[in-house]
Design a protein around this ligand. Structure first.
Ligand code: AMP
Ligand code: FE
Ligand code: FE
Ligand code: ZN
Length: 283
């Protein structure tokens, strides 16, 4: 479908502030041709997104941003057009969501020693069944008047230097790439250059992901640094990886605006052609 292609957005099914229906309406209003719905570790928003897109001319690429972990480093893997009934993927995402829940409760317990906040305050910021994350804790801190905005909460109270941070269970990136491919899906590394040249996944590690079926790198993303992008472009050329760009829209939860970064139509065409788990929803 003609119009900008934005392959990375979040709804209230994870840590976006708009319901899938509101997100789709925002995508239509912004003039997008194609939007990828990529909630963290969940496909729960897909049906509502399809229903809302129906008749609008918008193409929806169903996807997910899968949490993975390499050592202490959190690595986000975008997964597109996989079979949502794949048992292994369902089991793994359920495990991750459960781990996220326990980890969030544990973070709140630590915060409660120093701030007026309790678990119910976080639940109040979360849609039933949503993938829980630090953004919901940030929203609870805002609601309780401890800080002005979600972003300010991340920059202050929730900053890892303050000791409230905790990691959660997530599979290794390599296992995640294999899982997505086995479900007929297409894996793309999300914002892999956020902390510059030194933080980009090491070339030998990336090679293993490529061999397991990694499709591309999300290079056009506001959080990738200049030096990180330059290194990623080199790596994409070296390994024949596709390049994507997207907004990582979270509604009011982040400054990121729809289509502030986009993906080229020919890249999307190859992505769709390579997927065997699902077809796009042509609304
Ligand atoms: P978690 O997955 O629970 O570790 O939380 C990470 C999520 O928090 C990311 O996926 C972002 O959506 C969000 N996030 C990270 N940093 C910020 C920030 N500075 N402002 C708003 N949201 C953020
Ligand atoms: Fe997020
Ligand atoms: Fe991410
Ligand atoms: Zn994201």
């Amino acid at each position: 479908m003609a119009g900008p292609i934005d392959l990375h957005t979040h709804s209230s099914v994870s840590d976006g502030t708009e319901t899938p229906a509101q997100l789709i309406r925002a995508a239509v209003a912004a003039g997008l041709g194609t939007v990828g719905l990529t909630d963290h570790d969940s496909t729960a928003g897909w049906q509502e997104a399809f229903a809302t897109a129906s008749g609008t001319g918008l193409t929806v690429i169903p996807g997910m941003e899968l949490s993975t972990r390499h050592g202490w480093k959190s690595v986000h893997l975008l997964a597109y057009l996989f079979d949502p009934t794949n048992a292994a993927l369902i089991a793994e995402t359920a495990r991750i969501r459960q781990a996220r829940l326990h980890r969030a409760e544990s973070i709140v317990q630590k915060l409660a020693a120093d701030y007026d906040i309790e678990w119910a305050d976080v639940v109040a910021q979360t849609t039933e069944g949503a993938t829980v994350g630090r953004p919901h804790i940030a929203d609870a801190l805002v609601a309780k008047g401890h800080v002005a905005t979600r972003s300010a909460a991340f920059a202050s109270i929730l900053h890892p230097r303050n000791g409230y941070f905790e990691p959660h269970y997530a599979p290794e990136p390599l296992a995640a790439v294999k899982l997505v491919r086995a479900a007929g899906g297409i894996p793309v590394l999300a914002h892999p250059g956020t902390r510059g040249r030194d933080d980009v996944i090491p070339a030998d590690k990336l090679k293993a992901l490529v061999d397991a079926g990694l499709f591309g790198l999300e290079i056009h993303h506001r959080e990738n640094t200049e030096s990180g992008r330059a290194r990623l472009v080199e790596l994409a050329e070296r390994y024949g990886l596709e390049v994507t760009g997207s907004s990582d829209y979270h509604g009011a939860g982040k400054p990121n605006r729809l289509a502030e970064n986009t993906t080229e139509p020919d890249v999307l065409e190859r992505l769709i052609a390579a997927a065997t788990g699902m077809t796009p929803f042509y609304g």
